[in-house]
Write a protein that binds this ligand. Sequence first.
Ligand SMILES: Nc1ncnc2c1ncn2[C@@H]1O[C@H](COP(=O)(O)OP(=O)(O)OP(=O)(O)O)[C@@H](O)[C@H]1O
Ligand SMILES: [Mg+2]
Length: 347
Amino acid sequence: MMIEARGLVRTFKTKRGPVQAVQGVDLDVADGEIVGFLGPNGAGKTTTMRMLATLITPTSGSATVAGCDLAKDPVGVRRRIGYVPQSGSTLPEAVAGDEVVDHARLYGVSKAKAIADGQRLFEELDLPGLWRRQCKTLSGGQRRRLDIVMGLIHDPKLIFLDEPTTGLDPQARANLWEHIRGLRDRGATIFLTTHYLDEADALCDRILVIDHGRIVGAGTPEALKQQVSGDAVRLRLADHAGGRADAGAGGSRRTNVTETVIRIVEKLDGAIEVEAVADGVNFRIPRGGSVLPGLLRQIDAVGIELDGVEVHRPTLDDVFLTMTGRSLRDDSPAPADEPEKQKEAVA
Ligand SMILES: Nc1ncnc2c1ncn2[C@@H]1O[C@H](COP(=O)(O)OP(=O)(O)OP(=O)(O)O)[C@@H](O)[C@H]1O
Ligand SMILES: [Mg+2]
């Protein structure tokens, strides 16, 4: 296990009383995994990540991170991890290459090695010719990739990325996904937070969902989607297409047809929310695609004709809504107490 955390708790003291940011988090991350940490604003993602990265101490609980005990050997943890904070890690006026070298020096990397490795990473992460550039002149995507370089310069085997793609355009985002997959392919383990559900779906081997400081769901993107509600299936009945809704005989026939289909569907293993709708029958079922062929044969065998069949996979949005009772908005603003402000004050 690259990360093994048990009962992590973090309470912040504030003037208005204690804030229980993380309230007992257990989590396991295996070697070589990309794990996505999802949750609404204020759920406790950054706080959990900062504890695991030794930047703040847990109020209680324990963890082993990259083979080192968080409490007993924080220096060992720090030496083995890379951490890319939510708000970025470079100063606007600084020169990109200098930032990278200075950062590497903090980890005890020699200057010569820092320059060589940094310039290699600039090539690999698609930042050619930008080594001498002032950070503030880089584009958003370039700056976020520079943040990634900073997190990688000492060759960590575990990388924490706090919302690495927030604010990037779709192309820069896709680019960064490729880089992150590349890191994993080179043997690194990646633990990242994101507000983009499509990103978690496309990029992560496993997802952890946190809300109000507690893990409320965990699994592969597929398993989570399956667990929530199953696929939504819509059977459109041919008899309804003619629009004979008010015809007496047609009406009663339609009822019979609908009833027959409903009876067949209700016998399917795991079918829920079976209901008649205007033009057919809707229901939910796990692995809709694999039960359909048999279902269609049964409907055909009783002489009922279908006009169409639709299967909708549940999205991670559905997962979120079910687990947290809230939708995860992609455009949620950064909370006021994020370090972004401090950064501007420094600049
Ligand atoms: N230094 C602090 N002092 C007081 N409260 C804090 C501090 N840091 C975080 N909190 C509070 O702890 C809770 C969790 O914050 P955290 O930054 O971990 O959330 P998050 O899941 O990363 O949210 P976001 O998606 O907005 O980044 C919030 O209610 C936040 O206001
Ligand atoms: Mg955060």
